[in-house]
Design a protein around this ligand. Structure first.
Ligand SMILES: [Zn+2]
Length: 281
């Protein structure tokens, strides 16, 4: 898909599972299970999807999945799909090698978004994308060094230790990172999470919703996750997102939706309505 000057592709690593109750916060199971049927352990299926953006000058990845450093216990707990593909394989399908990626935008540092930035070589961590500059909000970086008791399970120490040695570009708020590619900053899920927005110029724009709207089931304003640190802020930030992108023209990209990679959504009525959707970009 072309959005303004950017060629956009979705890279699909595979599936994992998280507790359905945690994914839907105060929404009762009898309501959410219609949207996301749980397994016997109450877990729902989720995608691990990242975006590849190219404008002829830069090759940008937005998030990079869980990575391949985790042991069998971890993989079993989250039902990480071993049939899923590695970052190398996904890039190769696009005719790229890891060294071709110039920039990695990390929306935030939760393990399912940032773990793939480092891979193991023997017992040593090395950058998965050796030439990539890593763009991250400073507030998220600082938060991740000392998360609270409530959210520290979302950050893996080994990921952070290895990231520290890479080419980190710590950002101080919203900005236009590259021509036609801007960063919106939201704080309700975790402080300093950033969303990538592409300027459609004459056509539709695009926003990568990260964990603000992780799946299409989370489109209704009160459907916010139990994982969110500040749920009322999430509701307000979704309202603001819909002010910019909710008239049915922009593409909303869902990082974790097991079926839909992106949708154009009209949020102006009582409930959001999907106008058009795509399983991959
Ligand atoms: Zn997250």
């Amino acid at each position: 898909m072309q959005i303004g000057r950017w060629d956009v592709r979705s890279l699909d690593f595979g599936r994992f599972r998280l507790d359905g109750g945690a994914m839907f916060g105060v929404v009762p199971r009898v309501v959410w299970e219609r949207e996301a049927p749980p397994d016997a352990l109450n877990r729902i299926e989720l995608a691990l999807r990242c975006l590849l953006l190219r404008d002829g000058v830069r090759t940008v990845l937005v998030d990079c999945g869980v990575g391949d450093k985790d042991g069998p216990l971890f993989r079993e707990m989250f039902a990480l799909d071993d049939a899923g593909r590695s970052l190398c394989e996904l890039l190769a399908e696009q005719g790229l090698g890891p060294a071709d990626v110039t920039d990695l935008v990390l929306t935030h540092l939760h393990f399912d978004h940032a773990g793939g930035a480092v891979r193991l070589e023997g017992d040593r961590g090395v950058p998965a994308l050796p030439n990539a500059r890593i763009h991250l909000q400073r507030r998220q970086w600082e938060w991740a060094q000392q998360p609270t008791l409530r959210d520290r399970a979302s950050y893996l120490k080994e990921n952070l230790e290895l990231l520290r040695e890479l080419d980190l570009h710590l950002l101080e708020g919203p900005s236009e990172l590259f021509p036609g590619l801007s960063l919106r900053v939201v704080d309700g899920h975790t402080p300093g999470m950033q969303l990538v927005e592409l300027d459609g110029e004459a056509g539709p724009g695009l926003v990568h919703c990260a964990d603000l709207v992780p799946t299409a089931a989370h489109l209704p304003l009160p459907w916010v996750m139990g994982y969110d640190l500040f749920p009322l802020s999430v509701v307000e930030e979704k309202q603001a997102l819909y002010q910019s992108h909710g008239d049915g023209s922009s593409w909303l990209v869902f990082e974790h939706d097991p079926r839909l990679a992106a949708a154009r959504v009209d949020t102006r009525g009582r409930r959001p309505v999907i106008v058009e959707s795509l399983e991959r970009l």
